[in-house]
Design a binder for this molecule. Structure first.
Ligand SMILES: [Zn+2]
Length: 136
């Protein structure tokens, strides 16, 4: 089961991270809307725990999800995360948001792939082990 619920906690973290991170200036300056969700699913991919997921809402679902992007946090996989780890996770997910400001004033949205296994800026600043829970 992967039932997703709106998350005030991660919406607040997201707003704070967007405000303070220089590399998110495009997100800050765009009209893109983001809905933050949590899931009780212990999601894995290729045997690795997935902490979060950023998705572009397809046009055909816009009627049901009033946003351009969703960021989902898989709660069982972030057990024991500190506030700082939660912030880095949301920072990571926000860096997936791709925005092109078009000449006619419209904006085109996409999902940015990772630079490497992660984003170079995240690795440089927080190392490769930032998501390892302090409980482990
Ligand atoms: Zn990612």
């Amino acid at each position: 089961m992967d039932t997703r619920q709106l998350s005030d906690e991660f919406a607040k973290i997201g707003a704070m991270v967007i405000e303070k991170e220089e590399s998110l200036v495009d997100v800050r300056n765009s009209h893109a809307t983001i809905v933050y969700l949590t899931s009780e699913n212990a999601k894995t991919q290729n045997g690795k725990k997935i902490c979060g997921q950023c998705e572009k809402v397809p046009d055909k679902y816009k009627w049901s999800v009033p946003a351009d992007f969703t960021i989902t946090v898989f709660l069982p996989n972030i057990e024991g995360f500190t506030d700082e780890q939660k912030e880095i996770l949301i920072f990571h997910e926000l860096k997936h948001i791709g925005i092109v400001f078009n000449a006619d004033g419209t904006e085109t949205y996409s999902i940015n792939p990772h630079d490497y296994e992660d984003f170079k800026e995240i690795i440089d600043r927080f190392g490769t082990e930032w998501s390892v829970s302090h409980d482990n």
